[in-house]
Design a protein around this ligand. Structure first.
Ligand SMILES: NC(=O)C1=CN([C@@H]2O[C@H](COP(=O)(O)OP(=O)(O)OC[C@H]3O[C@@H](n4cnc5c(N)ncnc54)[C@H](OP(=O)(O)O)[C@@H]3O)[C@@H](O)[C@H]2O)C=CC1
Ligand SMILES: O=C(O)CCC(=O)C(=O)O
Length: 413
């Protein structure tokens, strides 16, 4: 199923409950603007390479649009549109004064040099600089991009528009970045995993966790949950699944990743090495955390999943058919638009700090992040109980209601 079709189905399930008219649904769901640009760079070997870059601006009724930049081979317009719409509901669920956007380029950054990625980022900014800005659309990191890419983006944008670090978030801490942004998505995932499992009566030390993806989000979620005494029995990256029934030594795994020239888990010895797709099907796992790509849990493999709880650290990892099948089997799914909202929340704190020329200490960032995530979780939990719907439908109902209210207050022509 295409990614935007999946988000439309989730949207409709909530819109049905909210009894939203079909024409207003369409107005809420369709993106405000979609931009597709040619990005041409010279490769290190002298050849010219042409790529397509996207920025989809989904909705701005609640504030400037916000969302990450993805560098990954699967990036296309449909996926970017889906991810932009998720940002609209996500910023609304955690009640940030933002709308939603997303962008990206369909490239494999692991096959490019750092100099090529810098030229690519700058060429992309040359094409889209006039549609992004601190009051219009504020990019951030996502898969395949990091604080260095954000620094190049800002530097190139400022060549056109002058000093304004709030044009982008997820910057290096020493270059107007917020302390705690890098860990924020994983910390939010961890905080809510602790909260949800406690609510379901599960004991941390007996709750085995498997995490798909060991990049920014997966690795920080693993660290947080390891510190909270959860046994992390499996993690994966593109080199496969690493499994230890007694719990992996996460600090050792992190040291291995950072020592590896490409940041991979390859060669880690104190774990069994299993195929990539084994992670989703493991027998003795209570919590599954997809933290890589979207669309990884479908009708085809949903019946193989044995976990009781799925925490969606990735955007869109469970498609609607699988969502329904898992829900019927009593699996609790904490949806992406709530579970991974820690990243955009600390991006908001970074933007606020940039605008005030004032820096928060890490303690304050963590405290305010935890507060925001806990409050949003309680609202979603109550909504789900009140309307007897899944946590996903409840989260969408909250997000859509807030966007609808802002849209109606602004006035529909
Ligand atoms: N960064 C952020 O703040 C936020 C990210 N998200 C979402 O979280 C997810 C992960 O993002 P992020 O951590 O930033 O991305 P990263 O690029 O930092 O990491 C992605 C990880 O996924 C791994 N991976 C890729 N394909 C597979 C696969 N088929 N099986 C297993 N692992 C795989 C990568 O492995 P390898 O390194 O070997 O390529 C890497 O470990 C995305 O869905 C993103 O949209 C959501 C909210 C905010
Ligand atoms: O930090 C941000 O602004 C956006 C992060 C993001 O892309 C996401 O939450 O999916």
């Amino acid at each position: 199923m295409k990614a935007f079709e999946a988000t439309r189905i989730f949207f409709d399930q909530a819109a049905d409950r909210l009894e939203i008219d079909p024409d207003l649904r369409e107005a809420l769901l369709m993106p405000q603007r979609e931009v597709q640009v040619q990005v041409t760079i010279r490769l290190d070997d002298g050849r010219l390479a042409n790529y397509i870059g996207f920025r989809v601006q989904h909705d701005h009724s609640r504030g400037p649009m916000k969302g990450g930049l993805r560098f990954h081979p699967e990036v296309d317009l449909d996926e970017t549109r889906a991810l932009a719409s998720l940002m609209t509901w996500k910023t609304a669920v955690v009640d940030l004064p933002y709308g939603g956007a997303k962008g990206g380029i369909g490239i494999d950054p692991s096959k490019m040099s750092s100099a090529e990625i810098e030229r690519l980022t700058r060429a992309f900014v040359d094409q889209i600089h006039d549609i992004v800005g601190p009051d219009t659309d504020i990019p951030a990191p996502d898969m395949g991009t990091d604080h260095q890419v954000m620094a190049w983006f800002r530097n190139q944008w400022e060549k056109y528009h002058g000093f304004h670090p709030a044009v982008i978030t997820g910057k290096p801490v020493e270059e107007y970045g917020a302390k705690g942004r890098e860990e924020a998505t994983g910390r939010g995932v961890g905080t809510l995993t602790v909260k949800l499992t406690k609510r379901l009566g599960m004991d941390a030390s007996k709750t085995r966790v498997a995490i798909q993806g060991f990049g920014n989000v997966g690795s920080h979620a693993a660290k947080f949950l390891h510190d909270a005494q959860f046994p992390i029995v499996a993690v994966s990256d593109i080199t496969g699944t690493y499994y230890n029934a007694d719990g992996l030594n996460i600090p050792e795994l992190l040291r291995h990743k950072f020592a590896h020239p490409k940041g991979l888990l390859e060669g880690f010895e104190r774990a069994e090495h299993l195929p990539l797709d084994a992670l989703l099907k493991l027998d003795h796992v209570e919590v599954l955390i997809p933290a890589a790509l979207g669309g990884v849990i479908t009708q085809k493999n949903a019946q193989d999943i044995n976990a009781k709880v799925i925490v969606e650290a990735a955007n869109g990892p469970v498609d609607p058919d699988a969502d329904a099948a898992l829900h019927d089997r009593g699996v609790t799914i904490l949806p992406d638009i709530l579970a991974n909202a820690g990243g955009v929340t600390v991006s908001y704190f970074e933007w606020v700090q940039n605008r005030q020329h004032y820096r928060w200490p890490l303690d304050r960032v963590r405290q305010e992040l935890d507060h925001t995530m806990n409050e949003a979780f309680e609202k979603v939990w109550q909504m789900a109980a009140q309307h007897e719907v899944s946590l996903r439908t409840a989260a969408y109902m909250i997000g859509i209601s807030r966007v609808r209210r802002a849209t109606e207050l602004a006035g529909l022509a």
